[in-house]
Design a protein around this ligand. Structure first.
Ligand SMILES: Nc1ncnc2c1ncn2[C@@H]1O[C@H](COP(=O)(O)OP(=O)(O)OP(=O)(O)O)[C@@H](O)[C@H]1O
Length: 361
């Protein structure tokens, strides 16, 4: 059975007075993969270390595993598996010895150890490397060994702290897919820390977006991506384009353009009922290139990046800052020429302007 983790009113101020985490509540369901996503220093690792038992929450905080209070329990008692960015493997031991290590410490018999290690190595596709020393392995292979070692002891909870950061982009995507499959197969409760939004969207059943020691939003990848709750989340998950507008009479006014409200904008903010200045956030697919007569806006192409399946245009003249707009790879685009575009109005995230000022990074 998979372990449910509850953190209640957990906060963390370090001895030197650094307040890493404001009090927060978080329930991680048994078998769920939770991704903690946020910029450097927002407190992700501190949460992970609290779950592991390497850090304790401030007085008043409580952590339970399946209802059992583990708040003051040491890491050995909690039965958590950990995988870090730096592999923390024993360099002088072989792959098989590394994976067997935790089993030996736990008093598993030699025969049983051999069976379990073989199964782990096979699952991680490193069975042919069993007798190699760690310093004879590539980064990706080492990370596979680290994963095999962490899950060999059948932990209640698997904690992963930026395990793929040190690897090159292609390998990262491949191992990410493998980790995803592995977590589904094991059905183990997992907490995964990253600052990479693509990794978070690909791996998480739910994502916890963190900002300066607070939870900015908890949601499924789709919710986080399509319905960011505030400007910080919108910005952090890649809605880099911004435009100012006004809400009046339940309509959105941008310059001389007027747009009817659309379901989805107002999910969190009841924007339709609001009056006053707003800030719009959208991705490169929020505006589409079109003919002049269909256009909401006309801008000027400042730069073109060819991305293979599409082109990403940098366009000035629509708002105070240049916009990123994606268009088909085959569209004719020339730097310095005019470009007409229309809003994909349902792709907007819209917030009161004062929120946008205080929230965005
Ligand atoms: N032992 C410590 N003593 C004092 N401050 C600490 C300690 N550990 C972490 N901090 C501080 O707490 C805050 C949160 O750190 P944490 O490592 O949790 O962030 P993070 O989101 O994991 O960052 P990164 O992505 O850079 O690893 C930071 O401001 C950090 O400097």
């Amino acid at each position: 059975m998979s372990t449910q983790i509850k953190l209640r009113h957990c906060a963390k101020t370090f001895a030197d007075g650094t307040r890493a985490l404001a009090p927060f509540d978080l329930t991680i369901e048994g078998g769920e993969t939770i991704v903690l996503l946020g910029p450097s220093g927002c407190g992700k690792t501190t949460i992970l270390r609290m779950i592991a038992g390497l850090e304790f929450p401030d007085a008043g905080g409580m952590i339970t595993f399946d209802g059992d209070d583990v708040t003051r329990q040491s890491i050995e008692k909690r039965r958590v598996g950990m995988v870090f960015q730096s592999y923390a493997l024993f360099p002088n031991m072989t792959v098989a010895e590394n994976v067997a290590y935790g089993l030996k410490v736990n008093g598993v018999s030699a025969a049983e150890r051999q069976t379990r290690v073989a199964a782990m190595l096979e699952m991680m596709h490193i069975d042919m490397l069993a007798d190699r020393r760690i310093d004879q392995l590539s980064g990706g292979q080492r990370q596979r060994v680290a994963l095999a070692r962490a899950i060999a002891v059948q932990p209640r909870v698997l904690l992963l702290d930026e395990p793929l950061t040190a690897l090159d982009a292609k390998l990262r995507v491949r191992l990410r897919t493998e980790i995803n499959a592995l977590l589904r197969k094991l059905g183990i409760t997992a907490v995964y820390v990253t600052h990479d939004q693509e990794e978070a969207l690909a791996l998480g059943d739910r994502i916890v977006v963190m900002q300066k020691g607070e939870i900015a939003q908890i949601g499924t990848p789709r919710e986080i991506y399509r319905s960011p709750k505030n400007p910080f989340v919108a910005d952090f998950v890649g809605a880099a384009n911004r435009l100012a507008g006004d809400m009046r009479d339940g309509r959105l006014h941008i310059g001389s353009q007027v747009f009817e409200a659309v379901d989805g904008w107002n999910q969190y903010n009841d924007m339709i009922d609001k009056t006053g200045p707003v800030e719009l956030f959208f991705r490169a697919d929020g505006l589409s290139v079109c003919e002049r007569e269909d256009a909401h806006f006309t801008g000027r192409i400042e730069a073109v990046a060819y991305l293979g399946d599409k082109q990403r245009l940098t366009v000035s003249g629509i708002g105070p800052q240049a916009m990123m707009i994606d268009t088909h790879a085959d569209d004719l685009t020339a730097v310095g020429s005019d470009v007409h575009c229309r809003f994909n109005i349902e792709r907007l995230a819209i917030f009161p302007a004062h929120d946008a000022d205080s929230g965005a990074i």
